[in-house]
Design a protein around this ligand. Structure first.
Ligand SMILES: O=CC(=O)O
Length: 314
């Protein structure tokens, strides 16, 4: 397989880079001044594209690589891949589901705890020696709060399981009611889910249908004591509406691992005490990133050995 050209769009993980270069003829896009200059010389060599949530595979990239057979994303989400174009051209697409579910669900709960118990702020309080002057103000309880989950897929279900272990009644919204959801209450629309929740967790995929589904109506239904957690994708929430609601105290708080236009962060969000931000690190643990690398490599090897893909999207 050493002669097969593989293009990696972004430096994701050195372990993955090593595994790819041990098996394939690896090209790293970031070593070239632009995609244009890369493709002028090497476009014909590339049979596989390895991309991620930062640099995916748009129509222009796909069209510029005439021998492309497979796009493998180092992520569960594939919103950065032009699936329509891949379908038209008969290009396979794979992702890295399941192996990252626990980490992302853990982070959703961690963000909720961080917002309600003000963990980052109280850490700053101790480290800046304010504790010597007075005790830290009271915070809010997380256990037992009503959790509404938007998207009860693999990650949403793992969040539900964790929330239930904290004694939180769980409700959800998804395209249709899930028979396997047991005691979780189903809401066919998100404003009703928000009106009956104290914490709204965004855990669905970003698609044309889900862009800005968490809008002003949903935020107002959640109300001034409500908290939004987003471990899905930034554009699922109408961010200017979210920021306005937080500034005007129409929403209680937010824990956001993803942002619209990340890594840009609005000044207003940075200045808010009731907001905890993390830099899209849902699956970023050593253990999970190694598992994601192994799964991505296994998908490429399966493809080039003519075997069934392990995690096919297309
Ligand atoms: O955001 C991360 C992923 O989609 O895996």
């Amino acid at each position: 397989m050493e002669s097969i050209g593989v293009l990696m769009t972004y430096p994701m993980n050195t372990n993955l880079e090593e595994q790819l270069s041990n098996r394939f003829n690896l090209f790293k896009l970031w070593n070239y001044p632009s995609f244009q200059s890369f493709s002028e010389t090497h476009a014909n060599s590339i049979r596989a594209l390895v991309c991620n949530t930062k640099i995916g595979a748009d129509a222009n990239t796909i069209d510029s690589l005439p021998n492309l057979e497979i796009v493998s994303t180092y992520s569960v989400g594939f919103d950065k891949i032009d699936l329509k174009k891949c379908r038209e051209k008969g290009i396979c697409v794979t992702n890295t589901p399941d192996v990252l579910t626990d980490d992302v669900a853990d982070l959703a709960i961690a963000l909720a705890l961080a917002v309600f118990r003000k963990i980052p702020m109280s850490d700053g309080y101790v480290k800046s020696e304010l504790w010597k002057c007075s005790d830290y103000p009271l915070t809010s309880k997380f256990s037992g709060k009503a959790v509404g989950i938007v998207g009860l897929g693999r990650i949403g279900s793992a969040i539900a399981k964790r929330a239930a272990a904290f004694g939180c009644p769980v409700s959800y919204h998804s395209r249709s009611e899930k028979p396997e959801a047991g005691s979780y209450k189903y809401y066919p629309n998100i404003p009703d889910l928000a009106a009956n929740s104290q914490i709204l967790v965004v855990a669905c995929a970003l698609t044309d249908e889900t862009r800005h589904i968490v809008n002003r109506e949903v935020i107002d239904a959640l109300g001034p004591k409500g908290v939004i957690i987003n471990i899905g994708r930034g554009p699922i929430i109408d961010q200017p509406e979210l920021v306005a609601a937080l500034v005007e105290r129409r929403l209680g708080g937010a824990g956001l691992d993803v942002l619209e236009n990340e890594p840009d962060v609005s000044e207003e969000l940075i200045g808010l005490e009731n907001v905890v931000l993390t830099p899209h690190i849902g699956s970023d643990t050593v253990e999970t990133c190694n598992d994601m690398s192994d799964l991505l490599i296994a998908n490429l090897e399966a493809h080039f050995n003519g075997k069934p893909l392990l995690a096919p999207v297309l």
